[in-house]
Design a protein around this ligand. Sequence first.
Ligand code: AMP
Length: 311
Amino acid sequence: MKVVAAPRDLRTLVRDARSRREVIGLVPTMGYLHDGHASLIRRAAGECDLVVVSIFVNPLQFGAGEDFDSYPRDLDGDLAAAESAGADLVFAPDVSDVYPDEIKTTVHVGIVSEGLCGAHRPGHFDGVATVVAKLFNFVEPDRAYFGNKDAQQVAVIRRMTHDLNFPIEVVDCPTVREPDGLAMSSRNSYLSASEHTSALAIVGGLRDAATVVLAGERSSAAIEAAARTHLEAAAGVSPEYVELRDALTMEPVETIGEGRFVLAIAARVADRPGSGARLIDNFVFAVKGGKVSVDEGVLASAAGVEATSRE
Ligand code: AMP
């Protein structure tokens, strides 16, 4: 596995691969890799000849007072994890490699980026879309892999790719969870053991929502209420939003019809002021011909939680 920091070196290696007609896959990350990231790299390795993993904590997507400085970083650990998952090339630039000058051009994806995390983290998705556009230009991949854990991010990138005609297939991958159901996240490292336990209310809320959807509930307000009730009963968890949206456009939905939907949650989990983390998670489901299919991970996690609590 090769490791480069300069976009020019990256381009040279990728162009060599393309001249050999290799299929190029890109997995953008902010590092501190866990098995969720590894699942994307493994999927890319199964479908592409050259797998490029970028590791870059992108300052443009962090707001003032957010955790850019304290975001966990471990390049050596990441290189080992990327290689064992099947990466061929790691692009680990410095901020000055990606932003040599003060940037004057950003990408704003209307509507899709404006609710949910976009409303609570102003400018966040402009930062994400802009850095992903830069990565698309640096790597020119055939396919790019993203996790559904960040469902709004996937929708933003899909729409940007469509609107700006990037000839790239955006592949979304299922959320990888801890055995107890908590969605894997680099930010889980901020949690104490008791905060980790409190955070399980997030997946518990998703599971309760999934249960009412499977029982036939079609009112968004009622589905959101099922999740919110679970979250509000948990100590140390403050929901930021609990919202049902169209999974492609991220627009609000009143009554579930046919299509693909996401119930998205953001919550702060903290034992005391200044500790803990802001976490996001979601549950995606589709309705086709009146038949509902749900994101199995959320339901499977119930088995994990019960198994854990029975021990
Ligand atoms: P991040 O390093 O948090 O920016 O994440 C990099 C990529 O990994 C994004 O496409 C995320 O959606 C994806 N990802 C993060 N956590 C998970 C997870 N638990 N399961 C699947 N994909 C994930």
